[in-house]
Ligand binder design. Structure first.
Ligand code: ADP
Ligand code: MG
Length: 415
């Protein structure tokens, strides 16, 4: 008797979904990325019960035709690539046509969409990845996706979800990463009807400080370099902004947040002796690289990419970090010149006495000695939890949120 049989489509989809959607934050990431790809300049995220009950993303992007709305949840249905060569010139966040199929197979999903040119939109209700109902819907231009009861039909996965605090932290991280990569998009985030973040359109620097706090503005140093291989722009934190956790470390490659230990090491090396071994520099760095010199299709969640010229980028990044610190008088800039072309001046300057380059260091500075981390403040903020929300600015809400999580002794917020 033969033993092999094909898996039912729904089970195959649920298995595949496990790769892309590990937790509510993965769905948040995929949905917001779709909104970015649809050209939205306003995106709102609403979640309930840390995304376990509801994840709703509302955008004002292109919207979809009736047929596209019907097809968008099917596996391998995508408007973003057509042929294999397109894979090596990806300019969109998505391209594999599997996010909505994955989410739909493990939740109750609704798609509401309308294009500007259509007089009426459509609402499609899906259960277990199949259309359960469909009707005309009066809606604004753009798309709204509701994801209800994520993992309700995969109890084993649902069981693996962590506490609401942990899942919220992951969602906040996903939201912040996309918000930093897209400062020209207005972004809102509500959790259980509370406003967590409200980010107006702005430039990169303003977007950063809207997220990490106004007080950190003066700790940001611009970083910029244009080479034939890569264009680097963004900000690095002054040495005193370095943290004992990996918190504020962001690389964006062509608008996509990525994790890359090797390039992280380049920055760390750029700071070299300016920060202690146990400290992590803050950075918010955009790399623009020709899309055929990177491969995005190596990781299910597209957060790791392969660089064709990783070594060269490492060297440029390290030197550029050093140069920026030098230009802003944080590191001796001569260091930078020496790294590029080391000159041995020893003979010609035998009689000249050398003194060590002076770096101004505030020896009393303790990066953790700020109001955010004091015990009183943590307690104070927790009490604030029950006070009038409307008096709080968005960033205070975020700070409160961070502290709230820290008090539960969770992992550092942003990683
Ligand atoms: P991918 O993004 O890889 O193409 P998805 O499953 O995420 O795959 O989405 C499938 C398709 O549905 C997209 O290619 C796009 O055409 C359409 N789509 C999804 N979300 C939106 C949205 N918010 N606005 C407009 N179109 C969308
Ligand atoms: Mg997508």
């Amino acid at each position: 008797m033969d033993l092999i049989q094909v898996l039912p489509k729904q089970i195959a989809n649920q298995i595949a979904a496990g790769e892309v959607i590990q937790r509510p934050s993965s769905a948040v990431k995929e949905l917001i990325e779709n909104s970015i790809d649809a050209g939205a300049d306003k995106i709102e995220l609403f979640i309930k019960d840390a995304g376990k009950l509801l994840i709703k993303v509302v955008d004002n992007g292109s919207g979809m035709s009736i047929n596209d709305s019907r097809n968008c949840h099917k596996r391998h249905y995508t408007s973003k690539i057509k042929r294999i060569n397109d894979l090596f010139k990806i300019n969109t966040m998505g391209f594999r046509g599997e996010a909505l199929a994955s989410i739909a197979s493990i939740s109750m999903m609704e798609v509401i969409s309308k294009r500007i040119k259509d007089s009426i939109g459509i609402k499609i209700i899906l259960n277990d990845g199949k259309v359960a109902d469909e009707f005309e819907h009066v809606s604004k231009n753009g798309t709204t996706i509701n994801v209800k009861n994520l993992f309700y039909n995969v109890p084993a996965r649902r069981k693996f979800l962590k506490s609401n605090n942990v899942e919220l932290r992951h969602i906040t991280n996903s939201f912040i990463r996309i918000a930093l990569a897209n400062p020209d998009v207005e972004m809102h985030f509500y959790s259980d009807d509370k406003r967590i973040l409200f980010l107006k359109k702005s430039n990169f620097r303003k977007r950063i400080i809207n997220i990490i706090g106004n007080k950190k503005n003066e700790l940001l140093v611009p970083i910029s370099e244009k080479t034939s291989l890569v264009n680097i722009s963004g900000f690095i934190g002054k040495p005193e902004a370095a943290k004992r956790t990996r918190g504020e470390q962001y690389f964006f490659v062509n608008g996509r947040f990525i994790k890359n230990n090797y390039l992280n090491h380049a920055i760390q090396k750029g700071f070299s002796d300016l920060i202690g071994d146990k400290y992590f520099p803050s950075y918010f760095i955009n790399l623009k690289i020709k899309s055929d010199l990177i491969d995005i299709n190596i990781h299910p969640t597209k957060t790791e990419i392969k660089f064709e010229n990783e070594k060269e980028i490492y060297a440029i990044l390290r030197a550029t970090t050093r140069k920026s610190l030098g230009e802003y008088n944080i590191a001796p800039s001569i260091d930078f010149a020496q790294e590029i072309a080391f000159q041995n001046n020893y003979n010609s300057s035998k009689n000249v006495s050398f003194s060590e380059p002076k770096i101004k260091i505030d020896t009393n500075y303790n990066p953790f000695d700020n109001e955010l981390f004091t015990k009183e403040n943590i307690q104070g903020k927790i009490i604030e939890e029950n006070s009038n929300e409307s008096n709080l600015q968005p960033i205070q809400l975020v700070n409160k949120f961070i502290i709230y999580l820290m008090n539960d002794e969770l992992l550092p917020l942003l990683y």
